[in-house]
Design a protein around this ligand. Structure first.
Ligand SMILES: [Zn+2]
Length: 153
């Protein structure tokens, strides 16, 4: 097994169910479903597969490569398309976080001065709870966007 090239081993994995020394000694490791055993024909020199199984494996490898490339291209295109949107949304969120993160007392004027202190305390408390929830949501979204943008160090 040690004299078999890594590329050939990878190739064999496209048609073999398992690759072990016993199977290799018997010949081609390509799996034949209908016979429920390995192919066992004489392998191509320096390979683990017979000519037929090697051709099948080459085709499957090629297909897998194309699929990988397509997936990578799609991911790249999706990223390129969405990056400006993600950045813009993150900036908006940062502005909101700055706004809501400011002390609740700054908003006290909105309730007027004539409110009974206990009611005002309640109002401020509610405001604060809402703020905490809102900040948690914003922070979560900010983290998700930063992951997508991928510029966090
Ligand atoms: Zn074979």
């Amino acid at each position: 097994m040690q004299d078999i090239d890594v590329g050939e081993k990878a190739l064999a994995s496209y048609v073999a169910l398992r690759i072990d020394d016993v199977a290799i000694k018997q010949g081609c490791v390509g799996w034949i479903d209908s016979k429920d055993r390995t192919c066992q024909r004489a392998p191509v020199p320096d390979a683990m597969l017979c000519k037929r199984h090697r051709n099948v494996a080459l085709k499957r490898e090629q297909k897998a490569r194309i699929k990988q490339k397509e997936q990578a291209d799609r991911t790249k295109a999706y990223r390129a398309e969405n990056l400006p949107k993600w950045r813009a949304e993150r900036e908006l969120i940062e502005a909101q976080m700055e706004h809501y993160g400011s002390p609740a007392t700054n908003d006290r004027a909105a309730y007027g001065g004539a409110t009974h202190p206990s009611i005002r305390r309640k109002q401020l408390q509610q405001l604060s709870d809402t703020n905490v929830r809102r900040m948690a949501d914003l922070s979560q979204r900010w983290q998700r966007l930063t992951e997508l943008i991928g510029d966090h160090t």
